[in-house]
Design a protein around this ligand. Structure first.
Ligand SMILES: [Zn+2]
Ligand SMILES: [Zn+2]
Length: 493
């Protein structure tokens, strides 16, 4: 009997270490439960050291075939049950995570305080003569990057173009929508927006409520249901001197730019960077005023743009308006800041039927070439810059651009070094824009136009290097002349 138990434990340990992608647990807790424990509660203590940001606990037990059932809950340091209670999942889960910003449903988010924690076990059933071996693996996450002990698996593991909306708000900030009956307006449930995004066939969204991370827990809880829509936690850092989205941010950052604690934007940008976030300047040319407080990008002193990775060049349907972010972006490119152009709907009301689709979700769509559909995959894709903005939010329009010099070929966002008088071959490929026009833009100025005669249109053109720095990108207009696809640049020298 004793030998069999030992063998079971050894097997478990081997199974754990052979799972290549999973780090080894920090602790393994074990309990042997006999029929004497029928209808009793038990505690399995463990110590959490200093500096732990998140906990993950995975557990299992033997004897399920004999109808043994072990319930699980968690207690943290505290005096009374109400203070120490951190959640109870009964028999409905085999793992859970918990951090300051989020927790698996059944559990409460909150700081992972150092000290004595306890797994609380309940035994609603174990038959006479049965014994069950309970094992729990405890993982400590110390870095702040994900706020979760282990990264969730990608929703899709193949490389490709993924379509998403990178800017939206819910009841966690100023999202506001009609009630079910339509009779009044209320803070808008986050789920409605996610459901609308999924119905539009988007691959990813970033939820960017203003100056809070209270929505992060809900995104974590809803991700398993949205098995084809990647949910990226973010925060619109909303200051009196401009707005910027921080993507892949689970924790809060101190947004009080202009205060004693956060004297300027660089302090905030540095904190966002240290927490692993990707930053995009939002609607830079929307004027600041009583209609939109602090909306225009106006850091004083000027922000260090090496701490910024992207610019929201299209906000909702402003692409052809005087406040479009395109000229601002071009100015930064001219100064040598390689910022990726992205877009976001800035949806605040997904029930609005005034402009289709509901709440304008997915208008515009940012299309990112990524190695996989995961948060890290989309973040890396935006940083790399092989990205275009589909201003009408189509499901199938495509814009690809590459450039070749000798043996080197790069895509949008890439750079080629080309000596003076040598020529570079650019190859463009556009899908689903029949009757439209492609415009080649060099250093912010349109240099030539090409008609698009077919549903799939590929062509090449040459640019001759003068040995200096240039950037070349493509815009595509539809048959009516509206800017439909906006491409990111390829950098020469
Ligand atoms: Zn804003
Ligand atoms: Zn916003």
């Amino acid at each position: 009997m004793r030998f069999a138990t030992l063998l079971a434990l050894v097997c478990l340990a081997v199974a754990t270490s052979s799972h290549a992608a999973t780090p080894a647990p920090d602790l393994i807790l074990r309990d042997t439960i006999t029929d004497k424990a029928y209808r009793t509660y038990r505690l399995l203590p463990f110590d959490v050291p200093d500096g732990v940001k998140a906990l993950e606990i995975r557990f299992d037990y033997t004897g399920r075939e004999a109808r043994t059932t072990i319930d699980v809950g968690l207690l943290g340091p505290g005096e009374k049950f109400e203070n120490e209670f951190r959640g109870w999942s009964g028999g409905n889960k085999r793992s859970f995570t918990l951090s300051a910003s989020d927790a698996t449903p059944s559990y409460l988010s909150g700081p992972v305080t150092p000290g004595r924690w306890q797994l609380l076990l309940g035994v609603p059933n174990i038959r006479n003569g049965q014994t069950s071996e309970f094992t729990a693996e405890v993982y400590f996450q110390r870095n702040e990057k994900h706020g979760l002990p282990t990264e969730p698996a990608p929703l899709k593991s193949e490389a490709g173009w993924y379509r998403g909306d990178l800017h939206m708000h819910s009841e966690h900030s100023d999202g506001n929508c009609a009630t079910k009956s339509g009779e009044k307006r209320v803070p808008c449930p986050l789920f409605l927006t996610l459901d609308a995004a999924a119905n539009r066939g988007l691959d990813f969204i970033a939820f960017t409520d203003h100056n809070t991370n209270s929505h992060v827990k809900e995104l974590t809880a809803l991700q398993p249901y949205f098995d084809r829509l990647l949910l990226i936690p973010g925060m619109e850092m909303t200051t009196f001197q401009g707005h910027a989205n921080a993507f892949n941010l689970r924790e809060v950052v101190d947004f009080r730019v202009g205060s004693a604690e956060v004297p300027d934007w660089n302090t905030l940008l540095t904190e966002a960077k240290n927490k692993g976030a990707l930053v995009s300047i939002n609607h830079p040319r929307v004027p600041t005023g009583e209609a939109c407080m602090g909306c225009g990008w106006s850091p004083n002193p000027p922000a260090d743009l090496s701490l910024v990775q992207a610019v929201e060049v299209v906000n909702g349907n402003d692409v052809e308006s005087p406040v479009t972010g395109i000229p601002f972006w071009h100015e930064q490119l001219q100064k040598g800041h390689r910022l990726t152009a992205i877009g976001g709907s800035d949806t605040h009301d997904v029930t609005s039927k005034s402009v289709p689709p509901p709440g304008r979700i997915g208008i515009p769509t940012t299309v990112v070439y990524a190695q996989e559909l995961s948060i890290d995959g989309i973040m890396a894709g935006i940083r790399a810059g092989n990205v275009f903005v589909d201003t009408a939010g189509s499901r199938d329009r495509k814009l690809e651009l590459s450039a070749t010099y000798r043996e080197s070929t790069v895509a949008m966002g890439g750079q080629l070094s080309v000596p003076e008088k040598q020529s570079v071959t650019f190859t463009a490929r556009i899908e689903r824009m029949t009757g439209g026009t492609a415009e080649i833009i060099r250093d912010g100025k349109m240099t030539r136009r090409t008609a698009i005669p077919a549903a799939t249109h590929s062509w090449s053109f040459e640019e001759t290097s003068d040995g200096k720095h240039h950037w070349i990108r493509i815009d595509v207009r539809d048959a009516a002349g509206n800017l439909a696809l906006l491409g990111n640049p390829i950098y020469v020298n």
